[in-house]
Design a protein around this ligand. Structure first.
Ligand code: SER
Length: 322
């Protein structure tokens, strides 16, 4: 039986992962950990327990673990890349201080721990195309610095203390449920909202800016499958490259235009986001994840685009009920 604590359960990934885990482990308890001001609502609140768990507060983490006999923690607390540049001290406090709290508590209480890393853990010196699993990681953003530190700390705790730490390097995540906030890859979500609302999209990145992206259902499956993987097959732990599609703004726009022929896009450069995107790889090689735990994405750009447009039309254009 799995009893799971999600830290950051009301965020971009957490709000969907919590629901997915509750379906996946109906015999277990999946606790939605939230911070003040970001309380769970609706289905997320009604479908299972929720606790205030601020990742910087060890008493709150330990209290939830004892109360619900937690065996697995999903640590999803983070500031995304662009917003982290505005608040680097807070990004470190949450990304590294918070992770350290989770690692220590996992060591004491015998929990397994998932902490996502990112394409942002790479830097300009990293090979850009087919970026290998094991390669140079010297990120130029504070977001990336916290992610590389997190990968190394997590591997250290696995090696030194036998804590079952595992993770993946997520690409930009695209979903119609909770919007991202302050990321460099956010444009690839925002563009769908503009297309469905009939607005012209102002793209903050230049044409030719390639990055890995992934549809949320694949990302959720990756987060569950890595924690279910047979540990004897894992050569790596923190963190696996995973990939499903790589595109630039123009390719994404052209794909959406196939389904929304009147859709218009203009370019309005955001220099901060452009500099961050330029420092990240164009496309990761995820061979190790495929070989060590059977990773395989299901959605390509076309399948994702059809699904996004269908769901966003329902969400944004459904007639109001009174
Ligand atoms: N989506 C994240 C960001 O743009 C990268 O992992 O910050």
């Amino acid at each position: 039986m799995k009893n799971i604590l999600i830290i950051g359960a009301t965020g971009q990934i957490g709000s969907e992962l919590t629901m997915r885990l509750r379906k996946e482990y109906p015999q277990g308890t999946v606790v939605a950990g939230y911070i003040k001001g970001a309380e769970p609502k609706g289905e997320l609140l009604e479908s299972g327990p929720a606790e205030e768990v601020d990742i910087t507060n060890t008493d709150q983490i330990a209290g939830a673990i004892d109360k619900y006999k937690i065996d697995t923690i999903y640590n999803l607390a983070a500031l995304l890349s662009a917003v982290a540049e505005a608040r680097p001290q807070l990004a470190w406090k949450i990304g590294v201080g918070g992770l350290f709290n989770c690692l220590e508590i996992s060591r004491e209480k015998g929990c397994a721990l998932f902490t996502p890393s990112s394409i942002g853990s790479f830097g300009t010196d990293t090979p850009k195309y087919n970026t290998p699993q094991d390669t140079l990681q010297r990120p130029s953003t504070i977001y990336g610095v916290t992610k590389v530190t997190g990968e190394m700390l997590s591997d250290y705790y696995a090696r030194r203390f036998g804590v079952d730490t595992r993770s993946v390097r997520f690409p930009g995540l695209i979903s119609y449920v909770a919007p991202p906030g302050g990321g460099t890859t956010d444009y690839a979500v925002d563009i769908y909202y503009s297309a469905v609302k009939g607005e012209t999209f102002e793209c903050p990145l230049e044409p030719g800016t390639f990055m890995d992206m992934m549809y949320m259902p694949d990302a959720l499956r990756a987060a569950i499958e890595i924690m279910e993987a047979d540990p004897s097959k894992l050569i790596h732990r923190n963190s696996f490259n995973i990939a499903s599609m790589s595109f630039d703004p123009q390719i994404l726009y052209n794909k959406i235009k196939e389904y929304v022929p009147d859709f218009k896009m203009t370019y309005k450069l955001d220099p901060l986001r452009q500099a961050i995107a330029d420092s990240w790889p164009d496309k990761l090689d995820d061979t190790c994840a495929r070989e060590e735990w059977g990773w395989k994405p299901e959605y390509d750009l076309d399948a994702m685009t059809r699904d996004m447009l269908e769901h966003l039309r329902k969400k944004l254009l459904a007639p109001a009920t009174t």
